[in-house]
Write a new protein. Structure first.
Length: 156
């Protein structure tokens, strides 16, 4: 369920809002391998199922940065911005990888608006996203995303 905002005022008033959860996504070996190709990170713990089976996690695990990058997939499922003139990813604060994400596991994003601050004609929004791993107590990633949004004026 996505929360919809169509003005700076609505977004500013949403500070503290629990955005709920995205859809589940299964982490396949193919996705891990594609990420390894894109980044050049071919460490055996990610891409060698035979060796990883006897490793510390008993299977291949997703790259931490792959898990982090999925936040870009989850955020639009949590937050819909209408009447927007422009939005930019400004960065992130406090990225952590508390638990591994084994191949074949299902993950989803759970979001909360931590801060919404006026910035000229824009709003700077900080959303904490926990990438939950089904069946695990600890998330695979926790990240505070920072975005800046400018809205078109509302018609009177």
């Amino acid at each position: 369920m996505s929360h919809t905002f169509s003005s700076a005022q609505a977004l500013l008033a949403a500070e503290g809002t629990d955005l709920g959860c995205s859809e589940w996504l299964t982490i396949s070996q193919a996705r891990i391998d594609l990420f390894a190709e894109a980044t050049g990170d071919h460490q055996w713990i990610h891409v060698d199922p035979e060796r990883a089976a006897s490793g510390p996690f008993g299977a291949c695990i997703a790259h931490g940065y792959l898990t982090q990058s999925l936040v870009n997939l989850f955020l639009p499922q949590l937050l819909t911005l209408e009447n927007m003139a422009m939005g930019v990813n400004y960065g992130s604060d406090r990225v952590r990888f508390p638990a591994p994400v084994p191949v074949g596991s299902r993950v989803r994003g759970r979001g909360q608006i931590l801060r919404a601050e006026p910035l000229g004609d824009s709003v700077q929004l900080v959303v904490r996203v926990n990438v939950e791993v089904e069946g695990q107590e600890r998330p695979g990633c926790v990240i505070d995303t920072i975005s800046r949004y400018t809205f078109n004026p509302l018609a009177e």
